[in-house]
Every structure is written in C-alpha cells, then in structure tokens.
Write a new protein. Structure first.
Length: 84
C-alpha cells in the first residue's frame, strides 16, 4: 500500500519534473496541476525507456527527478509532434 508520504513525494517530484520539462521544451511551465501530471507520467516513461535502453534508472530523490524529466521531455516532444 502506498503511504501518504510517498504520494506527497511523488507529487513534489512530478511538479518539479514537469516544470523543468516545460522550461526545456517550450520555455515555460503549464501550471502546477499539469506540471504534476506531466512529471508523474514522465517518470514512468523515463524509467521504462532507460531500462529498455539497458541503463539502470537513477536512484534517490534527485534521481527520481532526473528520470521524470527525461520522460516528461520525451512526452512533451511527442505531444508537440502530434499537434503539428
């Protein structure tokens, strides 16, 4: 079962990663809620992609942010290509 502290950490990591990805890809953030959603989905994409490429996902709090940013940037690039 996921504890409240894990959910809070996941939301914080998602918010930071979504904001960073928004700044990297578009130059601005998307608001707190969308940053969290993009970051959390990006975390799953980042870990999945790193394991598929043969890399071990980064560990720890900062590592979680790095994994999420990698995935969130890829997610935003895909969404950008679909919109065009």
């Amino acid at each position: 079962m996921i504890g409240v502290d894990s959910i809070i950490i996941m939301l914080i990591v998602g918010a930071i990663a979504g904001w960073l990805a928004g700044n990297i890809v578009r130059g601005f953030g998307f608001g707190l809620l969308w940053n969290m959603i993009i970051g959390i989905v990006g975390a799953f994409i980042g870990v999945w992609l790193l394991t598929r490429l043969g890399f071990a996902p980064f560990a720890g709090f900062v590592g979680s942010i790095v994994n999420a940013v990698i995935g969130a940037v890829i997610l935003l690039l895909i969404v950008g290509f679909i919109r065009r």
